[in-house]
Design a protein around this ligand. Structure first.
Ligand code: ADP
Ligand code: TRP
Length: 330
């Protein structure tokens, strides 16, 4: 029996090449050896996205990105969280197993409280209950599918610990019904720098989008920040984020050659940016045309997600039934 891998992705903005190399590609690799359930965490996004048309657009864009990146919906159960009502019933049940103090210590909530305290306003000012409950909804996403591993970024580790705490509390009270998941934090995945050299991230607005027009891609690559050394001056490749991004796309021999040209002088940043554009453009070309095709035919996306939700619910329903029986409501 294959182990079950599950992860949720929030539709909070166009995925970038850091997301692709750091999350999408490793998750698709993992799906080769696991029974994978990957879903769009749209109700988690509601904690920050409160614009109807934006949320809708981002859900489609995220779904199209994963499908265009090679997710095969025949092999991976791919669905939208909001299509699984069982998640929300389980959320309530789990909330009755969760001490409030555990949520008070969750990073995102704590950061909001700390910022308010610092500003001298009410600690809960501007905090909605969705942000506070976020970890319980995530625990329900995970525990409903009895999964074994959850591939996530380092920042989600605490949420997995909370999920395990909640599952343990439930099992101690009602018997061993829930499976304790393990986080899978890919240590060997490199952090891709953005155009300003900091970690590529939507929050820094320094990202290179994954599936955008060639024109836009070129413009963005040309915005990669470098020092102002002349073509003939020797340069340090290890202090240059252009070189670092380039190294994620170029073949090994080209990387060695470019490194030497940095050290000896004679390489212009404009020339390397143009080479990088060609590499990234070739890398994304096939996915981009599939992405454009899907975005132009959203019914196709709806159909895929609907079928995914049916498969997911066929796993969720019996587990929820077991939970109901174990707590005594049925
Ligand atoms: P962002 O920082 O742009 O908001 P997220 O926090 O939504 O991105 O990250 C989604 C996934 O993509 C996570 O698994 C995260 O580890 C991965 N990821 C994000 N940025 C990078 C990056 N610059 N390099 C590698 N992986 C990344
Ligand atoms: N909180 C996760 C994030 O911000 C998204 C998420 C929601 C998730 N539910 C999940 C991840 C369940 C893994 C498993 O990235």
């Amino acid at each position: 029996m294959k182990k079950i891998a599950l992860t949720g992705i929030k539709p909070t903005g166009a995925p970038h090449i850091g997301n692709y190399l750091g999350a999408i590609q490793p998750a698709l690799e993992l799906a080769k050896t696991h029974d994978a359930l990957y879903f769009i965490a749209d109700y988690h996004a509601l904690t920050t996205v409160k614009d109807r048309s934006l949320l809708k657009e981002q859900i489609y864009s995220l779904a199209a990105t994963w499908l265009a990146s090679g997710l095969d919906p025949e092999k991976v159960t791919f669905y939208r969280q909001s299509d699984i009502p069982e998640v929300f019933e389980l959320t309530w049940i789990l909330s009755c197993m969760t001490s409030k103090g555990l949520l008070n210590r969750a990073h995102a909530y704590k950061a909001a409280v700390d910022a308010n305290t610092e500003a001298g306003v009410d600690p809960d000012s501007g905090v909605d209950c969705g942000l506070f409950y976020y970890p319980i909804l995530m625990a329900a996403d995970i525990l409903l599918f009895s999964c074994h591993v959850v591939p996530v970024g380092q920042d989600q580790k605490q949420h997995l610990e909370i999920t395990r705490d909640i599952a343990q509390a439930f099992n101690q009270t009602f018997g061993k019904v829930l499976t304790l998941p393990e986080p899978l934090i890919q240590e060997n995945v490199k952090t891709i720098p953005g155009i300003d050299g900091r970690k590529m991230s939507k929050s820094y607005k320094n990202e290179i989008p994954l599936f955008t027009t060639p024109k836009n891609l070129k413009k963005r690559i040309n915005q990669i920040v470098t020092d102002s050394k002349e073509v003939n001056e020797p340069k340090d490749p290890d202090k240059c984020n252009l070189f670092s991004i380039y190294s994620h796309f170029a073949p090994a021999d080209a990387i060695v050659e470019t490194r030497n040209r940095y050290l000896s002088g004679g390489l212009g940043y404009g020339e390397l940016k143009s080479e990088l554009f060609d590499l990234v453009d070739a890398f994304v070309a096939e996915g981009r045309s599939r992405y454009d095709e899907l975005m132009a035919d959203r019914k196709q996306i709806d159909q895929i997600l609907k079928e995914g939700a049916e498969k997911a619910r066929s796993i969720a329903k019996p587990l929820l039934q077991k939970v109901r029986e174990s707590i005594g409501v049925q």
